[in-house]
Design a protein around this ligand. Structure first.
Ligand code: ATP
Length: 251
């Protein structure tokens, strides 16, 4: 039943047309993300990043196309694969009337984590996310950045093999963000695959590869250096701005 694949994620001709939408929110997306890679999906508002992630994580049915996560077809294997995947969605995935700890416990159960494994992993994450003081605090009383970090704790509690961060570091201060990126690279070293969407271009620059989306299509892809060379730009932000203005048509 296990399917060995060098790729954490593969999509082929992935298309999404929302029932209420007239256009293709995702229009023929072909992605290949290797295990242990940090991949940043960037693009203007409405370019299709969240829709793509939602299909890959099995939260949304594709209109057309194929998805494989760790070699398994999605959405048919989405329940089984959810134990290996962590998602920190754009909108907080936390319950405001529960404490930080209760929230993370809830997700640990959802992912089928053993009770005895919870405490050591939770303590580790509280330390990494600098939330030790807030363990018992109600989620609604946390600051915006702390809520976001709680959401990250919920996504990481079961030590997933693939983590999706959909603008997960919005509202997180720059010092902590730098600290998180060190942690992301530590995760990578253990073979974890990270897929992030971000509008913070210096974050995208820290990824191994970047995919640029426009109008549901992947129009440029490569390492930060490859993209800068190819598009004669000194920063990813410059490329992003050109992309939003529609100046880049890739291969
Ligand atoms: P942002 O950077 O603003 O988060 P995004 O790149 O993640 O944007 P999506 O949220 O995937 O973009 O949206 C892609 C397109 O699909 C947009 O035109 C959006 O209006 C549309 N869309 C998203 N969700 C829905 C929905 N539930 N029903 C109908 N259309 C939707």
């Amino acid at each position: 039943m296990a399917v060995e694949s060098e790729y954490a994620i593969e999509t082929q001709n992935l298309v999404k047309i929302y029932k209420t939408g007239k256009v293709k929110a995702v229009d023929g997306l072909n992605l290949k993300i290797k295990k242990g890679e940090i991949y940043a999906l960037i693009g203007a508002n409405g370019s299709g990043k969240t829709t793509s992630l939602n299909m890959i994580t099995g939260a949304l049915f594709p209109t057309e196309g194929e998805i494989k996560v760790l070699g398994y077809d999605i959405p048919s294997n989405r329940r089984m694969i959810s134990n290996y995947v962590g998602v920190a969605p754009q909108d907080y995935s936390i319950f405001f009337d529960l404490s930080l700890e209760e929230n993370v416990r809830f997700f640990s159960r959802l992912y089928g984590m053993k009770k005895a494994e919870f405490e050591p992993r939770f303590l580790e994450l509280l330390k990494i996310l600098r939330l030790e003081e807030k363990r018992k605090a109600l989620a609604k009383n946390l600051s915006g950045g702390m809520k976001r970090r709680t959401s990250i704790a919920c996504a990481l509690i079961h030590s997933p093999k693939i983590v999706f961060f959909d603008e997960a570091t919005v509202g997180v201060d720059p010092v902590l963000r730098t600290f998180f990126w060190e942690y992301f690279h530590d995760l990578k070293k253990t073979g974890v695959t990270l897929v992030i969407t971000s509008h913070v271009m210096d974050e995208a620059e820290r990824a191994d590869r970047i995919g640029l989306m426009r109008a549901g299509k992947l129009i440029a892809e490569g390492t930060p250096e490859e993209l800068k060379q190819k598009h004669k730009a000194s920063t990813i932000e410059e490329i992003f701005i050109k992309l939003s203005e529609g100046e880049i048509i890739d291969e």
